[in-house]
Write a protein that binds this ligand. Structure first.
Ligand code: AMP
Length: 187
């Protein structure tokens, strides 16, 4: 099964993806995690990405597509994957379409997790305390939310036109949201 998780920063995409991995036995592919791993390994890609990420802006599309392609063409992704954080704009949505066509694959679901903006800010503040992400500071979060609104929100409409979007209410406990997702995926 090939799934795209959509939703604002802090909507719980990563948390829900990790729970789905246990059920579906397919990898969680988070472009943010891939960039953070590159930063930790101090690769040239990581160094270039860090500067952009620390401002809350988007890393260049071609670079992001490159790390995504490298990941989803690994053996553990032959039966599917859960994308988290990609696509982040309409250009990336088109790039993903082309890549999947080239790989003879298609998406089964785009799940859009809906959370109130106030709730998102509160959740990120909590995550900042726990994880200490350098892009979870108030000013950077504000920019990330703007980037989401302007560039990423239209991605939902892109997949709505393809009739593969389901909106998931992001309210309640982690388990509540996971149950709603599993009801959509029917397992
Ligand atoms: P995330 O962990 O998904 O919140 O991503 C953290 C940061 O990584 C983002 O704010 C961007 O700077 C960068 N990033 C992650 N995914 C993408 C993407 N698909 N395109 C461009 N930049 C990305």
């Amino acid at each position: 099964m090939r799934i795209v998780l959509l939703g604002a920063p802090g909507s719980g995409k990563g948390t829900q993806a990790k729970l789905l991995v246990e059920k579906l036995n397919i990898p969680h592919v988070s472009t943010g995690d891939l960039f953070r791993a590159a930063i930790a390994a101090k690769t040239p890609l990581g160094l270039a990405a860090k500067e952009v990420m620390d401002k809350g802006d988007l890393v260049a599309d071609e670079i992001t597509l490159g790390i995504l392609k490298e990941r989803i063409t690994q053996n553990d992704a032959v039966n599917g994957f859960i994308l988290d954080g990609f696509p982040r704009n309409l250009i990336q949505s088109e790039m993903l379409e082309d890549l999947l066509l080239e790989l003879n694959m298609s998406l089964d679901h785009a799940l859009l997790i809906q959370v109130d903006p106030d709730e998102v800010v509160a959740r990120i503040a909590k995550r900042a305390e726990i994880e200490g992400r350098t892009d979870d500071t108030e000013e950077v979060v504000r920019n990330r939310l703007n980037v989401y609104k302007e560039q990423t929100a239209p991605v939902g409409d892109f997949y709505k036109e393809k009739n593969i979007v389901t909106e998931i209410l992001g309210k309640g406990s982690i388990e509540d949201v996971q149950e709603r997702i599993q009801a959509v995926l029917r397992f």
